[in-house]
Design a protein around this ligand. Structure first.
Ligand SMILES: Nc1ncnc2c1ncn2[C@@H]1O[C@H](COP(=O)(O)OP(=O)(O)OP(=O)(O)O)[C@@H](O)[C@H]1O
Length: 318
């Protein structure tokens, strides 16, 4: 659905040249939900604006929804949906009319049916007569998404779709986006600042920093590749038993690192699900009684920290 090679964009300002995006390669398959994650100023919006034809690349090539970005930008525009950060609705215009205008703009055949279908699927039924400005934050984002989907694009771009929404509306929007993909096979490419959003919603994540992709994979792969899972055992016998448990387990192949910290033994392992039972059995065989155990997976913030040396929430380095 998206194939980009060496996509780059520089801006010339009074103070010199800003290399916003420095050669990005991207491959997004049909039906995937891909999250584009990075700190402020990393180059997310600039990349998105290039892929949606709103900004010309300084270098590189891309095919988007089967059309060449440089040779056929109008073809790209017809085949994509784009929902920007601030949305495109006029607060005074009724939701149903916004949808009709958009359908007319694209010459959508069977517009009334398409609009009714979208309203039903995005929980907008009964709101068609309400001005967009009177809708709740979540309803308005769903209207934005309906507007982006009216012309049945196979590829939908969402720029920070849930920024400003309360947790319940965010979860609700994730369900809707996943359902759209499930029912229509719509490919979704979205930017986000939220780790939990990328984790819960996306099949694959690309992390961009300083205009370059620095990591890529499924949420689980990324977390495992960079950090591993962490298993914590608390032996019933306290500190001395934690030290003994460490001796029992430290040299096992599945254990990357073993540290006794007071009454706890903390193990970093490749795949926690697989390792847990084996390790419990080994402790049992050695006569170490376990009072409690915990398996924790690293967060995407841990991944980002390892890859870039700073937290996603930090300001970008100068
Ligand atoms: N029109 C412009 N002129 C000059 N510099 C720009 C312009 N647009 C973006 N930049 C710079 O390019 C870099 C990347 O910006 P971009 O908006 O793509 O980042 P972002 O990852 O989307 O950030 P955010 O999460 O804050 O939206 C930043 O250093 C930004 O200041």
């Amino acid at each position: 659905m998206i194939e980009a090679r060496g996509l780059a964009r520089t801006f010339t300002t009074k103070h010199g040249t800003v290399e916003a995006v420095r050669g990005v390669d991207l491959d997004v398959g049909q039906g995937e939900i891909v999250g584009f994650l990075g700190p402020n100023g990393a180059g997310k919006s600039t990349t998105l604006r290039m892929l949606t034809t709103l900004l010309a690349p300084t270098a590189g090539t891309a095919t988007v929804a089967g059309r060449d970005l440089r040779a056929d930008p109008a073809g790209v525009r017809r085949r994509i949906g784009y929902v920007g950060q601030s949305g495109g609705t006029d607060p005074t215009v009724p939701a149903g009319e916004e949808l009709r205008l958009q359908a007319d703009l694209y010459g959508v055949p069977g517009a009334a049916g398409r609009i009714a279908d979208l309203c039903a699927r995005l929980d907008l039924e009964g709101l068609e007569r309400r001005p967009a400005g009177s809708l709740s934050g979540g309803q308005r984002r769903r209207l934005d998404i309906a507007l982006g989907l009216v012309h049945r694009p196979p590829l939908l771009f969402l720029d920070e779709p849930t920024t400003g929404l309360d947790p319940q509306s965010r979860g609700n929007l994730w369900d809707h986006i996943q359902r759209m993909r499930g029912e229509d096979g719509t490919t979704v490419f979205l930017t986000t600042h939220y780790l939990d959003e990328a984790d819960a919603l996306c099949d694959r994540i690309l992390i961009i920093d300083h205009g370059r992709i620095v990591a890529e994979g499924t949420p689980a792969e990324l977390k495992r590749r960079v950090s591993g899972d962490v298993i914590t055992f608390e032996p019933a016998g306290g500190e001395a038993e934690a030290v003994r448990a460490r001796q029992v387990l430290a040299d096992r192949t599945e254990v990357r690192e073993a540290r006794a910290a007071g009454p706890l033994l903390r193990l970093t392992v490749e795949d926690g699900d697989k390792a847990l039972m084996e390790l419990v059995r080994a402790l049992d065989a050695a006569g170490v009684e376990v009072a409690s155990m915990r398996l924790a997976r690293p967060t995407l913030d841990d991944v980002f920290l390892t890859v870039t040396g700073r937290s996603l929430r930090d300001e970008p380095a100068a």
